[in-house]
Structure formats: structure tokens, C-alpha cells
Write a protein that binds this ligand. Structure first.
Ligand SMILES: N[C@@H](CCC(=O)N[C@@H](CSC=O)C(=O)NCC(=O)O)C(=O)O
Length: 286
């Protein structure tokens, strides 16, 4: 545990919410931050499964933990939740004036373009470095699922689709479903990955889905989308994901909810459903 610096500790529903800072090798950053909710069932003799949560633009590890209201159900279900920051941060880490690029907007990709390629390797961080750190330092097992919101909902889908051996299920609230065709995604991918759109394919969930072959491993995917979401048409386009899933017969369930917007009020309303969805798979006997 000596590589982890404890920033905060709060008792919550019989378990613990804790924030940590550590040095990230893949991001070349001394101040990566993440939060963990450890349910009361967790112990060295009862290691629990983990849901990784990826947040959206402008977020840190704190938005989900403070606003989603996930702890009560995670405590009941015996699931740990790990919420990383949305980018590397600190002096010397490239940034942009816009809220949708740079610190707070890492898009969960490995950047290939200067100046971003020095620190922005959030895909490797989320799929490899962070799980290894969590599994070495906390009473968890290797049963993992992944979920997120907006930029993070899309990140969760990409991480899951590219690593069907590492995750058992995936879910997303209001994901940026087809980022290579929508403004937030195009801005970020151009900066992080360059102008050649062929280099974007591996980070676009709708395009990745279309590459799934009949014999490839599949996992259950749940997507929740509010119909009053202010970003729905311009940025999110869940129909692209739905059509791609249909084309390759992938088990994606898209649920549309009237009157709900893009905010954490929506996430808080349906997080219990998402946690129970993941729990069924995470606790399935092996
Ligand atoms: N212009 C807004 C945009 C930021 C925003 O809406 N962020 C969402 C995620 S959007 C997609 O990734 C968010 O989760 N915000 C944090 C929160 O706690 O609600 C702005 O700058 O506010």
C-alpha cells in the first residue's frame, strides 16, 4: 500500500469510501487520483468483485461517488466500486482552455499526438495499470465489470469491447456512442489521435461493435439514455450503437427514458438497475 497516498476516508453504508493519489507509470504523472467504495463484506478471506466507473467531461473521481447514490446498493450486493479521475493532471501535463479537451477530458484513449502523447494514456491506465494496483492492494477478486457516463460511458464500452476477457459486463449512461461522427469526439480524437480517421476506429464503440465476429466472446451490455438529454442528437446518437449491435447480433439492451436529461439526477435514478445488472454476472457461480 506504500505507493498509495490516502487522501480521504469516509464510512459509508457499513463499508468505506476512500480517495487515493498515486504515481501512474503509464500516464507519467505523480498525482493520479481515484476513489474506491469497499463494501462491508470485503475481507482478505472474502474478496469481492469490482465495478469500474468512468466519469464524463469535467469530472474527477468525486462526481460519481458524491452524486450517484451507488453506495447503498453496492454495500447490499457486495461489490466494490473504483472511480478513476478522467485524465492525468498537474503542472507539466498538457491542457486546453476548453472543458472538452485536456485535463478532465482524457476520453480513455492512448494519445499518439504531441503534446498529449507524453501523459494521456488513459486507456492503458483504466484497463491495465489501475486494475493491477487495485487487485494488489485491496480485498477484491478478478471479476470485473465496467460502466460510465457520457465520455466515460463510451470509454466503458470501448474498454469492454476491446477486452472481453477482462470484463464480465458493461453498462453506460448517455454514452457518446459514435464519437468519430460527433463534435466532442471529433475534437478529442483529432487532438489525441491525429487527422487520420482510420486511427480512430479502435476507439469508436459503434465501429468496434461492427467488427465483432460470430465466434467472438460477448458480454451483456446495458445502455440507458434520457430522451430529454440536451446532448442527445448532436453528441450522443445511441441509434448508431443500436444499429451496430443489431448488425452483429451483440447483446446490447438500450433503454430510453422519457423526461430524463444528461445529469447525475438521471444516473441516480437508474444506478440501482445498473448495479443489479452487473451483480447478476459478477456473482454468477463460475
Ligand atoms: N458545458 C458543460 C458540459 C460538461 C458536462 O455536462 N459534463 C457532464 C458529462 S458530459 C460528457 O462527458 C458531467 O458529468 N458533469 C459533471 C456533473 O457532476 O454533472 C459544463 O461545462 O458544465
Amino acid at each position: 500500500m506504500d505507493t498509495l497516498q490516502l487522501l480521504a476516508s469516509n464510512r459509508s453504508f457499513g463499508g468505506w469510501h476512500r480517495r487515493y493519489q498515486h504515481e501512474s507509470e503509464v500516464n507519467g504523472c505523480t498525482m493520479m487520483t481515484f476513489a474506491v467504495f469497499m463494501p462491508p463484506q470485503a475481507s482478505e478471506s472474502n474478496r469481492v468483485p469490482v465495478l469500474y466507473w468512468l466519469s464524463g467531461l469535467t469530472c474527477t473521481d468525486e462526481n460519481f461517488m458524491q452524486k450517484a447514490g451507488a453506495q447503498r446498493i453496492a454495500a447490499e450486493l457486495g461489490i466494490a466500486i473504483v472511480a478513476p479521475d478522467t485524465s492525468p493532471r498537474g503542472e507539466g501535463v498538457a491542457n486546453d482552455e476548453g472543458y472538452d479537451l485536456g485535463q478532465g477530458a482524457g476520453f480513455y484513449v492512448n494519445a499518439t499526438q504531441a503534446p498529449w502523447d507524453r501523459h494521456y494514456r488513459m486507456y492503458d491506465y483504466v484497463t491495465s495499470e489501475l486494475p493491477a494496483l487495485i487487485e494488489a492492494n485491496f480485498p477484491v477478486n478478478t471479476r470485473r465489470s465496467i460502466a460510465g457516463h457520457s465520455m466515460g460511458g463510451h470509454g466503458a464500452l470501448v474498454c469492454a469491447l476491446k477486452n472481453p476477457d477482462r470484463y464480465l459486463s458493461a453498462s453506460a449512461f448517455s454514452p457518446i456512442s459514435h464519437p468519430s461522427q460527433t463534435p466532442w469526439g471529433q475534437k478529442a480524437f483529432t487532438a489525441y489521435l491525429g487527422d487520420n480517421q482510420e486511427d480512430w476506429v479502435g476507439y469508436d464503440a459503434s465501429l468496434l461493435l461492427r467488427k465483432v465476429k460470430g465466434t467472438d466472446a460477448r458480454m451483456p451490455v446495458l445502455v440507458s439514455q434520457g430522451l430529454a438529454d440536451e446532448f442527445l442528437q448532436e453528441q450522443l446518437q445511441p441509434e448508431a450503437l443500436q444499429e451496430a449491435a443489431k448488425a452483429v447480433d451483440y447483446p446490447v439492451t438500450l433503454e430510453l427514458h422519457e423526461h430524463y436529461d444528461h445529469s447525475y439526477y438521471f444516473i441516480a435514478s437508474f444506478i440501482e438497475q445498473h448495479l443489479r445488472f452487473h451483480s447478476r454476472v459478477l456473482h454468477q457461480s463460475q
